[in-house]
Design a protein around this ligand. Structure first.
Ligand code: UGA
Length: 436
C-alpha cells in the first residue's frame, strides 16, 4: 500500500531514498533548505552524480509520486506519515560526528507536528543519539512521534543497485506497529530484515563501515609485506578470499580508502569508544594504516627517480573511487600535496570529479594532456578510461623510461611494461621483479 513519505535532506542518502521510494509507488516529498537545489531537482536534474538516478527522478516527477519543497512555508504541511531524516553528519574537528543539523531538523519537526507520525533516522548518528533525540525533542511534542533507526548501506556509484538488492534492512525500534509500517514501506525489496533496538541499529552502521575499513587496511598491510617478501597480493587476496569465512570482497589493496563515509565513520566510532572509556586499539591501527597508504606513490617515486624536482607527474583520478564525482577524503588530496611539496609539476586528470583547489597542481581536460612530457603517472582512481587506456600512446607522450604507479592495482602490468614503461603497484611484487 502506498504511504505518504517525506525525506528531509536531498544529499546523497536523502535523494536516493526519495527517488527509490517514489519508484516503488509511494507518495514522496523531499525537503531541502537550499532553494537552488530544490529548483534543480524540480527541473529533473540530479544534484549528485549517480548512475541511473536522473531517470528515476524524471519518472517520479512525471507520474506525480515525487515532489521537492523547501520548508520556508513551515514544516507542518510537509510532514509525512513516515518522515525520514537524511541530513548530513559531517566530521567535527575532534573526529566526532557533527549532529547540529540532525538536532535542528528533529526539533523543528517535533515542534511543528500536529498529528502523529513515524520519524525514521537515515543519517549516520552515533550510538545513543536516537535515545537522546526521543528524550530531548520527540517527548516534548504535542503529538505522538514514533522513532526508527534505519541505517543505510548504499555505495556511491552503485546506490540504486544497492537499494533494490541490499543484503539486509536494519530496523531499530521497540514498537512493533512502527516495525510493521517500515516493512510495508520496503515490501518490494527482497532482503533479510534485522529487527533490533535503536542503539544496536546505530551500532550496526558504524560496525559495518569499521569492519570493511579493517578489511581494506588489513589487505593493504599484507600488500606492503608482499612487496618486501616478493609475494603477489592478487594471488594472496584470492587465496584467502575464497575461504567463505573471509570472503573475496573488500580485499583490493591500494592507496587506501576515501570518501564521505569510511574515514568519517571510523574516526567517529573511535571517538565514541573513547568517550565511553574504551581504547579501540584495532580501529586506531586501521585509521593509521590508511593514513600511511596514500604516501606510497611519493615514497616509491622518490626511491626510483631520486628527485622529483621539476619532474612532471600525471595524477590520474581525483575522485575517491570511480563512478562518482565525490572527492571527499580522496587519497588524491593527500598524494598531490606530497608530490608538489617534493618539487614535482603535477597535472591532474579526472573525467568528472569536481574541481578542488589543490595548490600548485594543474588540472587538465584530457588524459593525454596530463601525460604529455610526464616522467611518471600515478593511478589514483580506477576509472574505466584509465584501466582501458592505450598505454603505448601514453608511453609515446611521456618521457623515456617513465613510471606508472598503479595505486589501485587495476592495470595489467604486462601491458604497461610492453609499452616500454616501468610498472609499480601496491604489493604486486611479481610486477616489481620484472621491472628490475
Ligand atoms: C561505503 C560502504 O561500502 C557502504 O556500505 C556505506 O553505506 C557507505 O560507505 C556509507 O556509509 O554511506 P562508499 O563510501 O560509497 O560506501 O564506498 P566504497 O565502495 O565502500 O569504497 C570506499 C573506499 O574504499 C574507496 O576509496 C575505495 O576505493 C576503497 N576500497 C574499497 C579499497 O581500497 N579496497 C577495496 O577492496 C574496496
Amino acid at each position: 500500500m502506498p504511504l505518504n513519505v517525506t525525506v528531509v535532506g536531498t544529499g546523497y542518502v536523502g535523494l536516493v531514498t526519495g527517488v527509490c521510494l517514489a519508484h516503488s509507488g509511494h507518495n514522496v516529498t523531499c525537503v531541502d533548505i537550499e532553494p537552488a537545489k530544490v529548483e534543480m531537482l524540480r527541473a529533473g536534474r540530479s544534484t549528485i552524480y549517480e548512475p541511473g538516478i536522473e531517470e528515476l527522478l524524471k519518472e517520479g516527477l512525471k507520474n506525480g509520486n515525487l515532489r521537492f519543497e523547501t520548508p520556508e512555508a513551515g514544516w507542518n504541511p510537509l510532514i509525512g506519515d513516515v518522515t525520514f531524516v537524511a541530513v548530513g553528519t559531517p566530521m567535527a574537528s575532534n573526529g566526532a560526528a557533527d549532529l547540529s543539523a540532525v538536532h535542528a531538523v528533529v526539533e523543528d519537526l517535533a515542534e511543528a507536528a500536529d498529528r502523529p507520525f513515524l520519524m525514521v533516522m537515515k543519517s549516520t548518528v552515533p550510538m545513543g543519539t536516537g535515545e537522546t533525540l526521543c528524550q530531548r525533542h520527540l517527548s516534548k511534542s504535542g503529538v505522538s512521534i514514533g522513532y526508527v533507526s534505519n541505517p543505510e548501506f548504499l555505495r556511491e556509484g552503485k546506490a540504486l543497485e544497492d537499494w533494490y538488492h541490499t543484503d539486509r534492512i536494519v530496523l531499530g525500534s521497540a514498537n512493533s506497529a512502527d516495525l510493521t509500517t517500515m516493512k510495508s514501506l520496503y515490501a518490494d525489496i527482497d532482503a533479510a530484515i534485522v529487527e533490533t533496538d535503536i542503539a544496536s541499529a546505530e551500532t550496526i552502521k558504524y560496525a559495518s563501515n569499521a569492519f570493511l575499513s579493517t578489511k581494506i587496511s588489513f589487505i593493504n598491510e599484507i600488500a606492503n609485506v608482499c612487496d618486501l617478501v616478493g609475494a603477489d597480493i592478487d594471488s594472496v587476496a584470492k587465496g584467502i578470499g575464497l575461504d567463505k569465512r573471509i570472503g573475496t570482497e573488500f580485499l583490493k589493496a591500494g592507496i587506501g580508502y576515501g570518501g564521505s563515509c569510511f574515514p568519517k565513520d571510523t574516526r567517529a566510532l573511535d571517538f565514541i569508544s573513547t568517550l565511553h572509556g574504551y581504547d579501540f586499539t584495532l580501529l586506531k591501527a586501521v585509521i593509521d594504516v590508511n593514513n600511511r597508504q596514500y604516501q606510497l606513490p611519493a615514497v616509491h617515486l622518490m626511491d626510483a627517480l631520486g628527485d622529483l624536482n621539476d619532474c612532471r607527474i600525471a595524477v590520474l583520478g581525483l575522485a575517491f573511487k570511480p563512478d562518482t564525482d565525490d572527492v571527499r577524503e580522496s587519497p588524491a588530496l593527500g598524494i598531490v600535496p606530497l608530490l608538489v611539496g617534493a618539487g614535482a609539476r603535477v597535472a591532474i586528470y579526472d573525467p568528472i570529479a569536481a574541481d578542488t583547489p589543490l595548490g600548485g597542481a594543474e588540472r587538465t581536460t584530457t588524459i593525454w594532456e596530463a601525460l604529455e612530457g610526464a616522467c611518471a603517472a600515478v593511478v589514483v582512481t580506477e576509472w574505466a578510461e584509465v584501466v582501458n587506456l592505450d598505454w603505448s600512446r601514453a608511453a609515446d607522450l611521456m618521457l623515456d623510461d617513465a613510471i606508472v604507479f598503479d595505486g589501485r592495482n587495476c592495470l595489467d602490468p604486462r601491458t604497461v611494461q610492453a609499452a616500454g614503461m616501468r610498472y609499480m603497484a601496491v604489493g604486486r611484487a611479481g610486477a616489481h621483479r620484472s621491472e628490475a
